[in-house]
Design a protein around this ligand. Structure first.
Ligand code: ATP
Ligand code: F6P
Length: 273
């Protein structure tokens, strides 16, 4: 493997090797590993030190062992695997400024100025806040003087570059064709729905299939179309369930709705069929 020949490319303004950290956050989605692999290897190719932050923003707030160096080999053999080798999480503390200040503190301590956040809309909102608040948090951290030499570290780290990559099965991000993970999730739903249909047909039963997608009906809509569902309920279209004509003993009646929509639709009141 040939590495980048221009050594100056990977040095920052004061001559240190650039450090890039990667984390995955929110719901896991197929393709996160391929993304981690691609970023790690391209960065290493350019002479940049790469770090993995484990368990999303939790790991960034915790620091220490949760931030570890990633080598070329660490990301070997993961391209086809679902989930994320870095682990993912939802992190309550990150919603608060105090949590994000801890995150900045750990980035300073590790001298990391480039951060790549792989996740859904929530994760990228958090990442964007981290970038916006960088100067403010640096100032507070210096004033608090809780870390030795923090003022000198902070004076050398004058910026934080944050890159967001949209990975979510929900496909709920505007201006992009498809979020990483959506297509694989769709395949899974269609496989499952196809199997359920044969049982529905054999028993003359109604099956309600709840799919994921949170407040976005994309997965439900696409899978309803491709599996010939008779009814489709999505958050984007409000339907009065009492007006839906339930056809008893319909051979393959399949409904699709994103998770969390059941109670608002009153679907729990449906008659047993
Ligand atoms: N408004 C926000 N401010 C700060 N941090 C946030 C915000 N929204 C989300 N986050 C952080 O990002 C994490 C993940 O967000 P969320 O649960 O919305 O998942 P997501 O990134 O949208 O992924 P998915 O689409 O797979 O659900 C949250 O647990 C929280 O730590
Ligand atoms: O059980 P949790 O943590 O709320 O996660 C479920 C949510 O995560 C997702 O799988 C991905 O965002 C959504 O489709 C779903 O609503």
């Amino acid at each position: 493997m040939a590495f980048h020949s221009d050594k100056s490319q990977h040095l920052d303004k004061i001559g240190n090797v650039k450090k890039l950290a990667i984390l995955t956050s929110g719901g896991d989605s197929q393709g996160m590993n391929a993304t981690i692999r691609a970023i790690t290897r391209v960065a290493i190719y350019h002479g940049i030190d790469v770090y993995g932050i484990y368990e999303g923003f939790n790991g960034l707030i915790q620091g220490g062992e949760m931030i570890r160096r990633l080598s070329w080999d660490h990301v070997s053999g993961i391209i086809q695997k679902g989930g994320t080798i870095l682990g993912t999480a939802r992190c309550k503390e990150f919603h608060d400024k105090k949590g994000r200040r801890c995150a900045i503190q750990n980035l300073l301590l590790n001298k990391i100025q480039y951060l790549c956040v792989i996740g859904g809309d929530g994760s990228l909102t958090g990442a964007s806040l981290l970038s916006d608040e960088f100067d403010e948090h640096c100032l507070t951290i210096c004033e608090m003087q809780s870390i030795p030499d923090i003022a000198s570290i902070s004076s050398k780290m004058t910026f934080l570059n944050v890159l967001g990559i949209v990975a979510s099965i929900d496909n709920d991000m505007c201006d992009i064709d498809m979020t990483i993970g959506t297509d694989s999730a769709l395949h899974r739903i269609i496989d499952a729905a196809d199997s359920i249909k044969t049982t529905a047909g054999s028993h003359q039963r109604v099956f309600i299939i709840e799919v994921m997608g949170r407040r976005c009906g994309h997965l439900a809509l696409m899978s309803a179309l491709t599996t010939e569902a008779d009814y489709l309920f999505i958050p984007e279209v409000v339907i009065n369930i009492s007006k839906v004509n339930i056809i008893y003993l319909h051979a393959t009646l399949v409904w699709l709705l994103p998770n969390g929509s059941c109670s608002s639709l009153g679907a729990s009141d449906l008659p047993y069929v």
